[in-house]
Design a protein around this ligand. Structure first.
Ligand SMILES: [Zn+2]
Ligand SMILES: [Zn+2]
Length: 254
């Protein structure tokens, strides 16, 4: 199969790799039809990690199930699935607590918790910027999409990482209905944070990143508004300088 492969710092190539295949009875094999490039891929791409040459990128994946292992029950061949970037087992203490990013069984390094596709230090799993992807514990890790999966697959593929990442920032910040929110970052995650804010509140003053100029406004911080004291939180500074503007700020650069 063809795949996007790391060939050293700032060097990525498309090359023929061994086909992904079912290796364990709990595996699902997905034919990839959409996959995103992530800001997190830059850590590996720029050579700032110990990502090994020859590994396949891609942790934001969507496609059609073409084969299932003997122990797979819930997922069927032909399902269109989105695959969250973390690989969880579904049965360890952390997975059962909902902390699948810190799965205790899928990373073979006993000193590490958590695994992901095509990512440094998160297990040996190949990424999905390829024609096929092996999904371990497919019943747990595949999100089966509804009838309109094909029609909206470029939207649904954002469920693998970008949208929940942007949304999670609103959860961490405790955004409430009616809040005014500043979103830092105008990339995909920032846009998803702004989307999550807009959908969680019917009447916020929406400030954030939106090139369309629709319901959000681009904010360009003035020099004197930027945090200058490392001991002072960014949110604290915003309150100090704009007490009537924002209740929360979301750092969504990524
Ligand atoms: Zn990502
Ligand atoms: Zn687990």
């Amino acid at each position: 199969m063809k795949a996007v492969v790391y060939n050293g710092p700032r060097d990525v190539i498309v090359k023929d790799m061994p086909d992904a295949k079912i290796e364990r009875p709990t595996d699902v094999l997905v034919k990839i039809t959409s996959t995103n490039i992530c800001g997190s891929d830059l850590h590996m791409y720029e050579g700032r990690t110990d990502f090994e040459k020859g590994r396949i990128f891609g942790h934001e994946n969507l496609g059609e199930v073409v084969e299932i292992g003997n122990a797979v029950d819930r997922i069927k061949v032909g399902d269109i699935v989105c695959v969250p970037f973390n690989i969880g087992c579904g049965f360890c203490r952390n997975c059962e607590a909902g902390l699948t990013a810190f799965c205790l069984t899928t990373n073979p390094d006993p000193n590490m918790a958590g695994a992901a596709y095509g990512f440094a230090d998160m297990g040996p799993y190949p990424g999905g910027q390829a024609e096929y992807l092996r999904v371990p514990y497919g019943d747990f890790n595949c999100l089966r999409l509804p009838e309109d999966a094909r029609e909206k697959e470029h939207d649904y593929v954002m469920v693998a990482d970008i949208f929940p990442t942007g949304w999670h920032a609103t959860e961490l910040a405790g955004v409430k209905v009616g809040d005014s929110v500043v979103v830092y970052g105008s990339g995909p995650v920032g846009l998803m944070s702004a989307t999550a804010v807009n959908s969680s509140s019917p009447s916020p003053i929406r400030r954030g990143a939106d090139k369309s100029g629709s319901s959000t406004q681009r904010v360009r911080p003035q020099k004197e508004q930027l945090p200058s004291d490392q001991n002072c939180t960014r949110q604290g500074k915003i309150h100090e300088h704009h007490p009537s503007v924002a209740q929360s700020s979301l750092e969504s650069v990524g």
